[in-house]
Design a protein around this ligand. Structure first.
Ligand SMILES: C[S@@+](CC[C@H](N)C(=O)[O-])C[C@H]1O[C@@H](n2cnc3c(N)ncnc32)[C@H](O)[C@@H]1O
Length: 347
């Protein structure tokens, strides 16, 4: 048993089964607190770590959107869960073409892990970022916010359809490990009729983030760009997964040693943002979004500038945009001030 497994087991013995959301929250916090999980030697590779083109194009998207906002003299440039800081570093390097944007941008990073904050401090030292634990602490003003592979780490609640109705799926102790169990309470939930045993997920935390973002950009101006993995339309299914050393890992085994995520429900996020007064653009598939922003041209430039790197650049382009790789499962969604015109990549 891991140290976290012991803590969770003691809590279940004392207070009974815990919800999937509480389990996911505890596992994710423990996992990120103690490690840098990125890269070939880690557990997974995210889009900004695949190729510099990803962050660069997002930097140009920020410049373009800032201009559409009227180019405010002070811009809150925020990122949720910046990982190693690679995306923002590449974005700000690309944005050097627009020195007025760089003069306006004030960098704010929302990050709970101190191990990750150290990596971000190294990557972004030239840009003097401020860190926050909660999105609510990001200072007021017109804002551009980026969240890449952040929402998939937010806890989901799971419900399972039993012969009595929808019940919350929880985690209990079984033999010498953990097991799923349906809680006793029955919930009246608005989902279409499903087969017995069907599972549905909701992420109250993700909806709270998008509601906050929607209200903020509608009232103070700006936009948020959310890139993550998940379907365009809400549906049934257990999408909870853990990754360790680039392979699927049993979510209930050795909690805290593998990255735990769930599909992002883009339709639900768009609905929450619209309900808060913002306009949702997309979601569109990541491949389509990056093509619209000119990834092929950028790749050609990089290959021309450094022919020995051509194969690496081509591999990055394929991985980011190919429907069989990240191009289709990953989506881009913008949550914007309704006064803004159609945004780059979503037209
Ligand atoms: C999968 S990584 C994504 C990193 C980066 N955006 C990228 O694409 O490479 C998730 C990041 O979110 C952070 N994180 C996870 N849960 C968080 C929370 N509730 N609040 C703030 N940061 C969180 C992690 O520490 C990590 O930096």
């Amino acid at each position: 048993m891991t140290a976290l497994a012991d803590i969770l087991a003691a809590r279940i013995r004392e207070r009974g089964p815990i919800s999937v959301a509480d389990y996911m929250q505890a596992v994710s916090a423990h996992y990120y607190a103690g490690r840098d999980p990125f890269g070939v030697a880690g557990d997974f590779v995210t889009a900004p770590e695949v190729s510099q083109m990803f962050g660069e194009l997002i930097g140009l998207w920020c410049v373009d959107t800032w201009r559409a906002m009227g180019g405010p003299a002070r811009l809150v440039l925020a990122e949720l869960g910046p990982g190693r800081g690679t995306l923002m570093r590449d974005a700000l390097r690309a944005a050097r073409l627009a020195s007025d944007f760089l003069d306006a941008a004030e960098l704010h990073l929302v990050e709970t892990s101190s191990a990750m904050r150290e990596r971000q401090a190294d990557a972004l030292a030239d840009h003097r970022p401020s860190w926050h634990t909660r999105i609510e602490d990001v200072p007021a003003g017109p804002m551009l916010l980026i969240a890449a592979e952040f929402f998939d780490a937010l806890p989901v609640r799971q419900f399972v359809l039993t012969d009595k109705g929808w019940k919350e799926r929880c985690i209990t102790l079984h033999d010498d490990g953990f097991a799923f169990v349906a809680d006793a309470a029955v919930f009246d939930l608005p989902w279409p009729p499903s087969a017995l045993g069907a599972i549905r997920e909701i992420s109250p935390e993700a909806l709270a983030y998008t509601t906050w973002i929607g209200r903020r950009v509608a009232q103070q101006g700006g936009a948020a760009l959310v890139i993550d993995y998940g379907p365009s339309h809400s549906g049934a299914g257990d999408t909870l997964q853990a990754l360790k050393e680039h392979h699927r890992h049993d979510v209930l085994r050795d909690p805290g040693t593998a990255d735990i995520t769930a599909h992002v429900d883009f339709a639900a996020l768009a609905h929450a943002a619209s309900g808060a007064g913002a306009r949702a653009h997309g979601p569109v598939e990541q491949g389509q979004f990056l093509h619209a922003l000119g990834i092929e041209k950028r790749a050609a430039r990089l290959m021309e500038a450094s022919p020995p790197q051509a194969a690496t650049v081509a591999a990055g382009l394929r991985r980011l945009t190919d429907p069989d790789a990240m191009g289709s499962l990953f989506k881009a969604l913008a949550i914007a001030d309704p006064a803004l015109p159609p945004l780059a990549g979503f037209a």
